[in-house]
Design a protein around this ligand. Structure first.
Ligand SMILES: Cc1cc2nc3c(=O)[nH]c(=O)nc-3n(C[C@H](O)[C@H](O)[C@H](O)COP(=O)(O)OP(=O)(O)OC[C@H]3O[C@@H](n4cnc5c(N)ncnc54)[C@H](O)[C@@H]3O)c2cc1C
Length: 412
């Protein structure tokens, strides 16, 4: 039997979600699904206005789509590009992963995707206050006080969905260790535009030189590429090259990811490492605007709650192996919603069992598996190991990926 929660005055709600990215919006939608009567008692505070920019390559894995499908949502309503294959290469040779009878990776733009998800939240009867920046969070024994640039709010429960640099985690866990990856991203034209570029001879000859030297192979516009050649230089990550679209125009999204696991070793310039990979394909990084943002990743050490406060998405910890965070954020939302619903039923908001609930879920299992794999494949940085892994162990890698990395979305 659900206990009644005390009546809330103006600007107060029972549940306030800080941040309207995929983790906050997913928490709201899952709460609505399992306890529809809670919808009017939930408020999302978002500092930006939709559609707002979010630096992200927008790769949605099968798990993101499975979670959205279970919510009754069809993500094909969002403008997207589908890739037939995902390639994992070391110096342009490696393995490709294909999923039978479906695309391997769906690529969306985050302004469009988050705006669409926010619309679904509003349609479910949940209020989103845009343009409200949370400045201070004070959990107390009977409520949480949330000070913003638009006034003070109170809630019984708050969900910190405010991303890698969020204020909620810093408020409740000021001294906890933080593991963050560094990431850079650029949007560039498609290969054929580069080949026909302003200095076509230079671009084509650079590309041909790259191909002739075995450093790059001709690439397919329908594939997403992960290139692990930076690993022997102590960059514990990869360079990616995905197809994307901006306002309907086909483009490529390039970027570089480094978990920072090897941060104590000597490392080359991060920017130059990306520039070098792009140059093999005829791109000059200086021609494009480069943007960076950290990703806070999951470690078994990460704390995820305090009395009356839960963390979801990047605030709790994204995937350390690839920096994948959209499906992970959607998954946290499902788990946090169950934790909140049961807490409201009990009238007890310590959230002491939340981390255990995450760890035991399909999400927790994939996060732990990816954390272990990251600590194996990146520190063993010898070239021969990378060649063996990506070029010769294809069946082993595919089985591990299928069992431990993908397909968890059905088990949350
Ligand atoms: C360069 C780059 C490329 C990436 N590529 C991929 C990819 O291809 N696939 C993938 O799965 N993941 C990718 N990620 C990771 C992914 O973007 C994140 O994991 C994901 O956005 C996490 O969602 P979230 O809801 O936890 O946080 P966010 O998406 O960061 O949302 C947080 C929200 O909180 C709001 N907010 C923050 N502070 C406050 C405040 N004080 N008050 C009110 N609101 C606040 C923000 O405006 C934002 O809307 C990438 C990340 C980067 C940096």
């Amino acid at each position: 039997m659900e206990r009644s929660v005390r009546l809330i005055p103006f600007m107060d709600k029972d549940i306030i979600i800080i941040g309207g990215g995929p983790s906050g919006l997913s928490t709201a939608l899952h709460l609505c699904k399992i306890a529809p009567h809670l919808a009017p008692r939930i408020l999302i505070l978002e500092k930006e206005y939709y559609p707002r920019f979010k630096l992200c390559a927008g790769g949605l894995t099968i798990d993101a789509e499975n979670i959205l499908q279970k919510l009754g949502l069809d993500v094909s309503e969002v403008p997207h590009v589908d890739t037939d294959d995902i390639r994992f290469d070391f110096q342009s040779k490696g393995l490709n992963i294909r999923i039978p009878k479906r695309h391997a990776l769906r690529i969306i733009r985050r302004d469009e995707f988050d705006n669409w998800l926010a619309e679904k939240v509003r349609e479910a009867g949940i209020e989103i206050c845009e343009g409200v920046t949370v400045k201070k969070i004070t959990p107390q024994s009977d409520q949480v006080t949330i000070e913003t640039d638009q006034g003070t709010f109170h809630a019984q429960i708050i969900v910190g969905a405010d991303g890698s640099n969020g204020i909620t985690r810093r408020a409740i866990l000021p001294n906890a260790p933080v593991y963050t990856a560094r990431v850079l991203e650029v949007i560039a034209p498609k290969y054929d535009v580069i080949a026909r570029g302003a200095k076509p001879d230079e671009a084509i000859s650079t590309m041909n030189r790259g191909i002739a030297s075995g450093k790059s192979a001709p690439r397919n516009d329908k594939e997403a590429y992960f290139e692990f050649s930076p690993v022997p230089n102590n960059i514990a990550g990869y360079v990616w090259d995905f197809p994307t679209q901006i306002n309907g125009e086909a483009m490529r999204c390039w970027g570089i990811y480094d978990t920072n696991i090897l941060a104590n070793e000597q490392r080359p310039s991060f920017r130059e490492t990306l520039a070098k990979e792009m140059k093999h394909l005829g791109y000059n990084l200086n021609d494009y605007e480069i943007k960076g943002h950290p990703i806070r990743w999951y470690s078994p050490e990460n704390q995820m709650s305090a009395p009356r406060v839960l963390l979801v998405g990047d605030a709790a910890g994204a995937d350390p192996l690839f920096g994948e965070g959209i499906s992970i954020a959607l998954g946290y939302g499902a788990i946090a919603a169950r934790e909140i619903q049961e807490s409201i039923q009990r009238g007890e908001y310590s959230f002491g069992g939340y981390r255990r609930r995450v760890v035991r879920s399909g999400l927790g299992q994939t996060l732990i598996a990816r954390w272990i794999i990251a600590y194996i494949v990146y520190p063993i940085k010898w070239k021969w190991f990378q060649i063996l892994l990506w070029r010769m162990l294809k069946p082993v890698v595919i089985i591990i990926a299928w069992i431990f990395v993908l397909n968890w979305g059905k088990r949350i």
